[in-house]
Design a protein. Structure first.
Length: 59
């Protein structure tokens, strides 16, 4: 898998997590543990995306 393809996949997963967080936050009884876990996953993806972009610029 190329870096560009991997970035597209990571960005897609990041958007899905963002929508999942929004959906959870709109519920009458928010599951704060779930929201926290989703946010951690989203942050991890963001860091991976930035790492790959930075690494790709160096080559």
């Amino acid at each position: 898998m190329s870096i560009a393809t991997h970035l597209i996949e990571l960005e897609s997963r990041h958007r899905v997590l963002d929508r999942s967080i929004d959906e959870e936050m709109s519920r009458p009884f928010v599951d704060t543990l779930r929201v926290s876990a989703l946010k951690k996953q989203k942050l991890h993806l963001k860091e991976e995306i930035e790492r790959l972009r930075t690494q790709n610029q160096l080559h």
